[in-house]
Design a protein around this ligand. Structure first.
Ligand SMILES: [Mg+2]
Length: 339
């Protein structure tokens, strides 16, 4: 196994890509989301550092973003272009001839030997030469350490985090600084009197198993200790699910319309499932009620299927599990594949 894991993360990737092709936007607050019209519904995909200073972040409704930052430039999401640039980034990373595990458009792990800082500088040079984009590189002895290190290197920096420096750097930080700990889990930990990474690392796995679950509890303790033995792998990513969703410009306030829309989304998803040559094992319906309350319900199929009518039935059965009848602003249907 390689001695070091490097985590490469492009700095505010989408915003940076947009600024590259519109240099006049440099230094201005830029918000990318939906079709770029903040008067319409949709959410922020990404915000430049200048926009983030106004409290704009991904997932925020575009309208709220426009209120918080009226001077922001709003742009539509251009997936094809981001994918093309991402391909250039990944080609630059693969040019080192080491194992590269792609995590997304703008993130990857590399397994390397030798001097990791020298390698990190060379990575930054090659990515910049190929794309004119800046990235940060985290260095660790495993993926967890490397991924967390990157955050300390941003923007455009290199940071090394190892078992030796782990607690010095992270010990007093809130537990949700860790990769994979969300606000919900952090709150449950808080109820146990655990608020920092150091406190979580010192917790009894048995106690946590009881409080948050037999698998996740002990895993959280290992996480807080900076332990991770998952290998850097370049095996192609196999999607576990596929889904479709629609944000409505006007709320659906008649439940019959909601049912009709869910049925239609389910048939589109069924087509995607069939196109992928997969079988759906479970169908999940997501409903976002106005103003912004999101709930999901799922239905497991008796036998895995591709037939559109079975997927539609399962989606409607899942929809029937919603008891709330408030106006709806977004609907989604997702099919989970057989593993
Ligand atoms: Mg990034």
């Amino acid at each position: 196994m390689a001695r070091w894991v490097l985590h490469v993360d492009l700095d505010q990737f989408i915003a940076a890509v947009e600024v590259l092709r519109r240099p006049e936007l440099r230094g201005r607050p830029v918000v990318v989301g939906g079709d770029g019209d903040p008067a319409k519904r949709g959410v922020v995909s990404t915000a430049s550092y200048e926009a983030r200073a106004y409290g704009v972040h991904s997932g925020l409704p575009l309208r709220t973003a426009a209120r918080r930052c009226p001077d922001a430039v709003f742009l539509p999401v251009d997936r094809e272009h981001y994918e093309a640039v991402s391909d250039q980034v990944m080609a630059a990373l693969r040019s080192f001839g080491v194992v590269v595990e792609v995590l997304g458009w703008d993130e990857a792990f590399l397994a390397v030997d030798g001097d990791p800082e020298a390698m990190a500088r060379e990575i930054r040079d090659r990515v910049r030469a190929a794309t004119r984009l800046e990235c940060s590189v985290g260095i660790g002895e495993n993926k967890l350490q490397a991924k967390l290190a990157t955050g300390f290197g941003k923007p455009a920096g290199i940071f090394r985090l190892t078992g030796e420096t782990w607690f010095e750097v992270l010990g007093d930080r809130p537990a949700d600084a860790l990769w994979g700990i969300g606000t919900k889990t952090a709150k449950r930990l808080g109820d146990l009197g655990i608020s920092t990474v150091g406190e979580l690392a010192a917790a009894e796995p048995v106690v946590l198993a009881e409080a948050v679950g037999p698998t996740i509890g002990p895993w959280l303790v290992r996480l807080a200790q900076g332990r991770d033995d998952s290998p850097v792998s370049d095996a192609p990513h196999v999607p576990r699910s596929c889904g479709r969703e629609t944000t409505y410009q006007h709320d659906l306030d008649d439940w019959r319309d909601v049912r009709r829309e869910v049925a239609q989304l389910a048939r589109r998803v069924a087509q995607d499932v069939a196109d992928d040559g997969r079988n759906a094992a479970r169908v999940i319906v997501k409903v976002r009620f106005a103003p912004f309350i999101t709930q999901t319900h799922g239905r497991t199929l008796d036998t895995p299927v591709t037939e559109a009518h079975r997927i539609e039935e399962a989606a409607l059965a899942a929809l029937d599990m919603f008891t709330r009848r408030r106006p709806v602003r977004l609907l989604g249907v997702r099919a989970e594949f057989v593993r």
